[in-house]
Write a protein of this length. Structure first.
Length: 322
């Protein structure tokens, strides 16, 4: 029968070996990179403009410019299928007039409403293929080749420029790095898209990209700036502001009607909540330090067990214990 000391040494050796294996495997089983969590409680960005202009098309085909408070909303929802590398994403965007008229008839205040469905890389936030666009009011479905980030920036965002998708242009516009800022004691990166005046009809053909107004051929001109604030570890968007202008102009460049004049930002409380959420994701303990600790403890236990099992005194102690 093996002496008690030899049994304890063998057990320590086995336990140490198991901890070494667990420590080496942990970083592989639990990826240290902050991928997009699938259960974020708040995935809605809301922007408000107190004094904005939107276009309303009358039954006679005339365009009415409506001045009112306006809310622009961006809601992202993670849906199946999803795996450790990619996730399907449904993004709903809308623009809604606010005020007494919209309160009486919410649909009457709806300016635009689109639903995008796409698959993105959970680490970079980049689309892995074309998106499906569903224009809700017009009930039009089409495929769009996307480019750049949209629902999030890449994890480990750096102080450099990134291509970011623009919904109106249906393509990427460079978001230039502006500055690193501190908010609520946390580092946040500020990026800005500067959209030079673009004839949208040259990018794609849509219901409102060109046509005839007041007997004149017109096309939609679009320009503006968009500011993003990003938590760098996760790449999650924590704040957003827009100054956008879209108008129908004739062949001479004269404005015939304004489609959108919007200068809005997220309420401060919303931005603070988004930052708290992003920081909570960023602070998730990384598996690598735990893996190293387990491997070191395992190596120590294995060394103690090996020494106890092989030392000559253990064999001599057998007769004494008998």
């Amino acid at each position: 029968m093996l002496p008690r000391s030899r049994i304890v040494s063998v057990l320590l050796l086995g336990l140490g070996a198991a901890l070494i294996v667990a420590g080496l495997a942990l970083p592989r089983l639990l990826d240290a990179e902050p991928r997009v969590p699938l259960n974020l409680p708040d995935t809605t960005l809301r922007l408000h403009a107190e004094d904005a202009v939107t276009a309303r098309l009358g039954e006679d085909g005339e365009v009415e410019e409506v001045r009112s408070p306006v809310r622009r909303q961006f809601h992202a929802e993670f849906i199946e299928p999803a795996d450790e590398d990619t996730v399907s994403l449904r993004v709903g965007t809308s623009m809604t007039r606010e005020g007494p008229e919209a309160a009486a008839d919410p649909l009457g205040g709806l300016v635009t409403a689109n639903v995008w469905t796409l698959t993105v890389d959970r680490l970079t936030g980049l689309p892995t293929g074309p998106a499906t666009l569903n224009d809700q009011p017009l009930d039009i479905r089409e495929k769009v080749d996307m480019g750049g980030s949209w629902a999030k920036f890449p994890a480990g965002a750096e102080e450099r420029d990134y291509p970011v998708f623009d919904e109106v242009l249906r393509g990427p516009i460079t978001a230039g790095f502006v500055a690193a800022e501190e908010r609520q004691g946390h580092r946040v990166l500020h990026y800005r898209q500067e959209i030079a005046e673009v004839d949208v009809a040259t990018r794609y053909q849509g219901m409102f990209t060109d046509g005839v107004l007041d007997g004149r051929p017109v096309h939609l001109e679009y320009s503006g700036t968009r500011d993003w604030w990003v938590e760098p570890v996760t790449g999650l968007i924590v704040d957003l502001a827009e100054d956008l202008d879209a108008r129908w102009v004739d062949e001479s460049g004269e404005t015939v009607a304004v489609a959108m004049d919007f200068t809005g930002e997220m309420p401060r409380g919303d931005a603070e909540a988004q930052l708290r959420q992003a920081v909570a994701v960023a602070d998730t303990p990384a598996p690598r330090p735990w893996g190293i600790a387990l491997a070191v403890i395992g190596a120590i236990l294995a060394a103690v067990g090996l020494f106890g099992a092989l030392r000559p005194g253990a064999a001599r102690g057998t007769g004494a214990e008998r």
